[in-house]
Design a protein around this ligand. Structure first.
Ligand code: FAD
Ligand code: NAP
Length: 326
């Protein structure tokens, strides 16, 4: 077992964690980033990214994350191939985390950037056609379906917002829901029902995504009626699964304040959790925006606030040492 110590321990290597690392390393904090099972985060499972500032042409998600990692390492970040399996946020600072490897990571400050994962239906064709017509992010991918027929699956706020957003690009949007009542707020429902380019298919469950990933991608959905059991096919070129997101907060349950949807609660407008010295950034604390650029922005905020926290902590420690020496 090796014990790694740092002034800033960052859990997660998506845009939030790596942005925090870049700021922390440039401030001389010699941060450690524990990368987890998905080094580079969610953008490594997508292809085209067109909305990250700084690039006129389309860039690839995995490439963008390689650049962020290279920059973080170049300025002095230590990257660890490990996954945190246990963390003590209660008795720090310093905060102690244990990796799957058995190694221990000790940080004077802790930045949580463990992200979130979109929930998927888990039916045939979904994984194979992901990025080839199947998506879980209209803001990210809606642009690629300009003028095309698209479906949104789900009945909550996210699904209704995705459907409304997609009307910016598509002439023909269908919301497909497994029941005949939406869970979404009434104001959103009113907007949905009033929209001339949105239709709703009630009581339908997606059984299969149809199409060939190597030849044109998604062509439609096989649907089952949840009341009659009748099967049907629905033709579309894009399908957006919007059945919710699961933030990666298992490690922190009962240790940090977490909201009803599982997201880490931060003080409004800041990355500060309810534990001094522990900060959260990116999708793990943000169920509203969920974008690479917002994750990077809150990563920057976490590093700056951690730096300030550390300055205060070091000042207090020095004072205490001076008093003890007298
Ligand atoms: P993530 O990117 O989710 O990274 C989380 C990190 O935490 C990972 O490195 C993971 O390994 C690590 N981790 C988790 N648990 C542990 C643990 N226990 N120990 C150590 N590490 C751990 N956004 C855009 O702005 N533009 C787009 O075009 C776009 N396209 C997208 C396409 C797809 C298919 C998806 C899924 C998302 C897309 N997004 C896009 C959203 C964007 O990817 C996220 O908003 C962003 O990645 C969130 O960054 P994050 O750093 O908070 O978390
Ligand atoms: P959600 O409220 O949990 O809704 C998920 C929807 O997906 C439900 O309609 C559910 O159907 C459906 N669903 C779940 N699993 C499914 C499956 N396997 N197959 C088919 N359908 C499935 O999730 P959300 O919409 O992402 O919202 C999450 C939270 O964020 C909520 O608290 C929401 O209010 C909040 N949010 C707020 C805003 C806003 O305020 N503007 C925007 C987005 C999200 P059932 O209804 O049948 O269960």
């Amino acid at each position: 077992m090796t014990r790694h110590t740092t002034r800033m321990l960052i859990i997660g290597s998506g845009p939030a964690g790596l942005s925090a690392a870049i700021y922390a390393a440039r401030a001389g904090m010699e941060p450690i980033v524990v990368q987890g099972l998905q080094p580079g985060g969610q953008l490594t499972i997508t292809t085209d990214v067109e909305n990250y500032p700084g690039f006129r042409d389309v860039i690839q998600g995995p490439w963008l994350m390689e650049q962020m990692q290279a920059q973080a390492e170049h300025v002095g970040t230590r990257m660890m191939w490990d996954t945190i399996v246990e963390v003590d946020v209660e008795s720090g600072p310093p905060f102690v985390a244990r990796g799957d490897s058995g190694d221990e990571y000790v940080g004077d400050t802790l930045v949580i950037a463990t992200g979130a994962q979109a929930k998927w239906l888990g039916v045939p064709g979904e994984e194979a056609l992901s990025g080839k017509g199947v998506s879980a992010c209209a803001t990210c991918d809606g642009f690629f379906y300009r003028g095309k027929k698209v479906a949104v699956i789900g009945g909550g706020n996210t699904a209704v917002e995705e459907a409304l957003y997609l009307t910016n690009h598509s002439e023909d949007v269908t919301l497909i829901h497994r029941r005949e009542d939406l869970r979404a707020e009434k104001i959103l429902q009113d907007r949905l029902f009033a929209h001339p380019r949105i239709s709703v298919l009630w009581n339908k469950r997606v059984e299969r995504f149809l199409g060939d990933p190597l030849q044109g991608g998604l062509t439609g959905l096989q649907l089952a009626d949840t009341v009659t059991g009748e099967m049907s096919e629905f033709g579309c070129e894009g399908a957006f699964v919007a059945i919710g997101h699961a933030p990666s907060t298992e490690l922190f349950k009962g240790k940090l304040e977490i909201d009803a949807n599982g997201y880490i609660v931060v003080a409004p407008g800041t990355p500060k959790t309810n534990r001094p010295g522990v900060f959260a950034c990116g999708d793990v604390m943000d169920h509203t925006y969920r974008q690479a650029v917002t994750a990077a922005g809150t990563g920057c905020m976490a590093a700056l606030d951690a730096e300030r926290f550390l300055a205060t902590l070091e000042y207090v420690r020095n004072e205490q040492q001076a008093a003890a020496a007298e």
